[in-house]
Design a binder for this molecule. Sequence first.
Ligand code: AQP
Length: 333
Amino acid sequence: MMRVFSGIQPTGALHLGNHLGAIVAWKELQAIAECTFCIVDWHAITVFQDPEALRQSVLMTAATYLACGLDPQRVTIYPQSAVPQHAELAWLLSCHTPMGWLNRMTQFKDKAGKHKDQAVLGLYAYPVLMAADIVLFGATHVPVGEDQKQHLELARDIAAAVNRAYGKDLLVIPEPMVSKVAPRIMSLRDGTKKMSKSDPSEASRIHLTDDDDTIAQKIRRAKTDSDALPSDIAGLDNRPEAKNLLTILSVLENRALPDTLQSYAGQTFSVLKDDLTQVLITHIAPIRQGIHERLSDPQALKSLLAQHASKCIEKAESTMGLMRESFGFLKLS
Ligand code: AQP
């Protein structure tokens, strides 16, 4: 059976990009694979998080997973920090990760920017924690966006290095699942940047908790250009905002982009925006309601996460038992 692992950082309310770019595919996978969808709070703290906001975001992320249709009877959902074996394994893997491999990670270079010396060790080392997350449960497949492909390659290299060092197949080498259909949703304020939780402008993203008026307002204010909408894909060249709004609409309506383009050829942005607003409101309203319902009973949510985390600890211990023995740690009892 295919074993899938993926996660989202609880760095704020999830947005349309997280939903259409990740969770929709997870929902399909839950029917055909053994799935673990982590709430990666240890990854979140590579950038400072307000402690109370982080706790709330973990609950919010769990509520969102469920409201988007992930079925807790079929998939495992838990916060990373509830399973300390992630950190233990990350340390063991870090002792088999040459610095040269980490130095090649482009995301660190992008995120650290010019201030590399001030960047924290966690930001530099987080691909090793990600490798540990994946191999801890023997994931065979990892759904990744283009931006995470390099980290998945690294996870494969680290797992292979450990297997070589100890002369046995201790760790499963994971395969990437790069979805050709998962769209990259861009910022509503700048069509060249991806929609992101950490963008300082709330207007840049549609949260899955936004009410109808907020959705309408954000779409009304979304950046556009001054031309009429084109009739074909070639006409979207150098028009990132038009491409983004049309992509969102076509994904939500389950239509091919060329088909949506045909419907709006020669129209103004305001026609497209009115239709997109209606479609978004219809799509998000039940998810929003589902999130609020689950958040209204945080105790039930926590107890679900605790049950799932304890299953994960059991599975993680079976990997770690083998790892500890193979690495040569003395067993005291
Ligand atoms: N804009 C997006 N379009 C499509 N997919 C997206 N994902 C995120 N943004 C988009 C997918 O969501 C999953 C989880 O992402 P994450 O929150 O763990 O990290 P991220 O990719 O860094 O997302 P954000 O919103 O930009 O978070 P912050 O601001 O905290 O860094 C991934 O599968 C990702 O591809």
